[in-house]
Design a protein around this ligand. Structure first.
Ligand code: C2G
Length: 155
């Protein structure tokens, strides 16, 4: 049995998280996810909107996930890899290379992030709804421009 391990805050759970967990699940038979506690987030300089308990429950409810453990600090990874018999440790590509020192214990993988979405971006959009409208207007104008270009191409 191949066990995969990853870590994350998973605040404001979004499509980038879902796609990562889905792809991680394809790497093995069991997916273990370390969810950052609120205290560890403070150490990371991150304040999550959703509490650890709720973030852990949300991640646990994802059908790709088999087990959720608390991530209390940077240093626990090596012991977690041993305790859970991990075969593949994988993170999103924004962590590229950061955990290669663990390669003596298991395979290390970095999977492409999903572009255009992040918990930070969501927080910014929620705190400034106008910016969300601006983004939508920009997308609509881009689509309109494509229609015009296609029309011109047909004439
Ligand atoms: N992610 C992604 N695509 C996005 C956003 C995030 O693939 N658009 C991935 C990240 O690369 C990470 C995971 O989803 O692997 C969780 O992201 P965060 O919740 O932002 O977690 P992070 O703050 O990166 O915590 O010890 C490691 C840390 O706990 C990782």
């Amino acid at each position: 049995m191949t066990t995969v391990l990853t870590y994350g805050t998973f605040d404001l759970f979004h499509i980038g998280h879902v796609r990562l967990l889905s792809r991680l699940a394809e790497l093995g038979d069991e997916l273990v996810v370390g969810v950052s506690t609120d205290e560890f987030n403070a150490l990371k300089g991150k304040t999550s909107i959703i509490s650890y308990a709720d973030r852990a429950e949300i991640v646990s409810a994802v059908r790709h996930v088999d087990k959720v453990i608390p991530e209390n600090g940077w240093e626990q990874k090596r012991q977690d890899l041993i305790d859970h018999g991990v075969d593949v440790f994988a993170m999103g590509s924004d962590w590229q290379g950061k955990f290669d020192d663990l390669s003596d214990l298991c395979e290390i993988r970095y999977l492409d992030r999903t572009d255009g979405i992040s918990s930070t971006k969501l927080k910014e959009q929620l705190s400034d709804p106008v910016s969300l409208d601006v983004d939508r207007v920009r997308e609509a104008l881009d689509t309109l421009q494509q229609v015009v270009d296609n029309y011109r191409g047909l004439r």
